[in-house]
Design a protein around this ligand. Sequence first.
Ligand code: C2E
Ligand code: CA
Ligand code: CA
Length: 555
Amino acid sequence: MEKTIDPQRKYILDKLYQAFEVVSEGSYVYLCDMKYDYSKWSAEAVQYFGLPGEYMYHAGDIWEEHIHPDDQLNYHKSIEDIFSGMDQGHDMQYRSRDRMGRYVVCTCRGTVLWDADGKPDYFVGNIRNHGSVNSMDSLTGFQNQFGLFEHLNVLYSKQEKANIMMIGVGHFATINEMWGYDFGNIVIHKLVQRLKEQFRNEGVLYRVSGVKFVLLSSTLSLEEMSKRYEILKKEISEKLEVDGYHPNLQIYGSALEVKMFQINPQAMFSCLEYAYNISKERGNGEFHVFKDEIDENRSSLLTLINVIRKSILNDCDDFILYYQPIVYTQTGKLRGAEALLRWQNAEYGLVPPNRFIPIIENDPAFVQLGEWILQKAMTDTKPLLQTHSDFELHVNVSYEQLRQDSFVSSVKNILDETGYPAKNLCLEITERCRLIDVKRLTAIVSELRSIGVCFAMDDFGTGYSSMDILNRLECEIVKIDKVFVDNITNDAKDAKLISAINQMAEIYGSNACVEGVESEEQYEIVRECGVSSIQGYYFSKPLPVETFFEKYVTE
Ligand code: C2E
Ligand code: CA
Ligand code: CA
């Protein structure tokens, strides 16, 4: 139940507010009684942004809803730090949505006033409104991602259905590198021309990033979008010409129906990007329509993603980690464990990661989840180090996490905060990392390696360039994918392949771990292949931390 503010405290709030208002001309003022999370905001802000009223409980949560999805995380973290007493204030910039659904740039400064016991008492500050965000892209004349989100907000507020389509060009960096930026710009210009011709009068086009465009249309069906995509793809790959040259352009595309207005627009956009990545990484440019599958709980995938996204923003509530042991092949003794993410909720039950990670990975919110995973895995397993000082904690890191500029510092901070020895941490990376600039990736790996962290190349053998990554990054461990084990008892070739990969790993100074060993028969064969460790149901399924400890701590 809500704690109602004490009348005496309300009186103080009003008095303090008056005092601050006098010194904050030209900006909006807010004052929050932190004991009751009860705030007073200036009437101009309430009117401009369409807030519920000058007096609000939990104004921070209400305000967060107005902040642009890309800026929400920063804001959320900052407010959390302020309320937990970790931070004394903030001075930040974000984009916030006004009552018409348009984003404006705001700078927000605030400071905490402490009570006599040194506890946070009031949070006071002002917000300056710098006006509308420049949502125009100068090169193409299309609106950018801010413009798209503004448009989506308007559709949402009117509950108007539409279809949304994403079209992009892959590996454009190579075009720029090979032919120069001017040439690249002309190519983009020509592309834009074709897009305009193809979609004239059918909706609004946006340039959402690099060479990725979005069409929001209330006239075209998904089938029609798919047809137009094929025409466009053919035209671009066959006819696009600059100064007599035909640049080889790879086109990808996806689409989705906008019809569920309870779903956060960012969650929906992440699903569109996920479908786009399927077209790019698996479909070889085949148009991919996001299917909002209904699962056995009768919940749609979009709804699930929306709920999971909310739980990330809500301190990663409802997420848990399971631990699957990794054992030495010869002795069967514990070498380490891989932390595996689950999401569990009363309504949806225990949801496995394959259902949500590939989609949510594209969402800016995933970075926060990634940090939570690292922190939780270290906190959970730290007590084990007392008895198993060489324990190897394996944590999966996704491509999106690695791409963040702050990745290295965030891993270092978590190691510091938890007091976890870096030498006990092993980060599992997948072949998808090849999408990151090689120099950057190598720098990330060597910086973390210099403090003791080690790396494992995950799912080895499933992607076409894992060999290349292994070669460049010199991962300490190679995890041989389960596909090599599945049929090992029937096909002698598989055991030979495992032995060969193992020998190759040794050449690189790595050691191999075979995943997915389920039976004694499989184990007997794998044991002969010379690999140093094994992970699989035969030894144990992934376990909740308590069960994992019961089983291994006494070993
Ligand atoms: P992965 O990294 O390859 O993890 C190994 C998966 O194989 C786990 O599935 C594990 O339960 C399963 N497995 C292990 N041994 C056996 C076996 O003997 N038989 C069978 N049938 N399966 C076995 P899980 O936990 O469902 O995770 C699936 C994938 O989700 C992971 O594959 C990983 O790509 C992703 N994932 C899980 N947790 C995280 C995480 O914390 N962060 C990130 N970025 N991805 C994660
Ligand atoms: Ca893994
Ligand atoms: Ca794996």
